[in-house]
Design a protein around this ligand. Sequence first.
Ligand SMILES: [Zn+2]
Length: 461
Amino acid sequence: MAKAAKGKPEACDLLVRNAHVLTMDKKRTIIPDGAVAVTGRNIVAVGRDQDLARRFRPHRTIDAGGAPVHPGYIDLHYHATVHIISKLITDAPAGSRDAGPWVAQRYTRFHNVADDEDDYAAALLCGLEMALNGFTAVMDPGTAFEPDILAEAMEAVGMRATVADAYLMDFKGPQLSNIKRTPVSRKRAFGELGKQLWRNRDPHALVRGHVGIYGMGSQTVELTEAAKELADKNKVPFTMHQSMCIDDAEFDERRFGRSAFVHWQEKDLLGPNCVFVHMNVLRDDDIAPIVESGMTTVWVPGNSLFYGTRSEVPNRIPEIYRKGGNVAFGIDVCKTWTFGHNTLLAYYIGREEGQYLSAGDLLEIQTIKGARAMGLEKSIGSLETGKRADIVIRTNAAPQLHPIFEIEKRVALQSLTGSVDTVMVDGRIIVRHGRHTLLDENVVYERAKRSAENLLRKADL
Ligand SMILES: [Zn+2]
């Protein structure tokens, strides 16, 4: 809380007033009559409206009208350059036991015809969609053929992102191993590992780099060890896919002779900077290594529902969260869900698994836990003095938010991201009154339409 003013008011760039502030600090402090002061890139005070109004002389004021104000949402797994492709994969009933291979084949087909313009159009549309839904940071898992193209799009949107090199695989796994631009190759995988880390030299870079390999049966233990070691040395996250569907989980179990996380623990490959994605298919003995290592489980709740893995094995991620494991959200790709749906999908999975997650838990997973997974918990993920100003201001002109009571539930489960009015990243306003301030939205849509037509023609599906 801000101290009461003494003497002359201080200058600040922006004062967000009349805000129902969900700080997402350690105590999940909520300030119903709150305000947030911003100068440059940083939050300089969070507190009661009357205190901050007395203390500051702002250059600009935004009146939130009593609406919720919270940290930007953080997504730990989005294949940004696949955004348009994911929307072109035809929906199909879940006929077989495992739809994973079928979907992967479709992706491979589109991947093999996509060019740089398709990737840029996809990343730009994705960034725009995320920003308008109150997302301020995203981790791309390392599937952009040209990370520079992805970085350029995210910078145009004004969003934070972290990137890695594309599809690093040195072992023929069960999925996506036939992509022409990224052949399965030991030489390529080891050669490109960590090539995006140069981005971290600038402490203010919006787009950073991490170490990523594709995973999910497509890597040797040796490549996994090299990736983890490099990530440790550079103090960055190490990410890969793991145990998404029955086919890849069983593939790993067969080759390791035990469940995946028991194997990774024995190889000393788990630690707080590990950000492993999916983990829908876990065995009993996987749980302790996951929780004890301090690693992050990136949860894509739509996938376990879409692929029907819960008819084979329970989803253990709500349990991992409740046992103290770090859990963050990822959208992965927009199959039949999109940005802002995760909190609701996860809520119902938690209930069905008998592992209740409150709206506050889900907001934590969507914000501060995501920041921790990105290695940025000191600078983003909550509204606290000294952190970067990555802020979402809702509008109260949204019936789903009313009555303003049990505010976390209204935000996380009922208005979802439909009431986002203003979004700030690093102190810069990128969305105001629901419109992007830097991009011409219609140009982005036109570009996406052209790319979709080209992709469908080229893929000839
Ligand atoms: Zn993925």
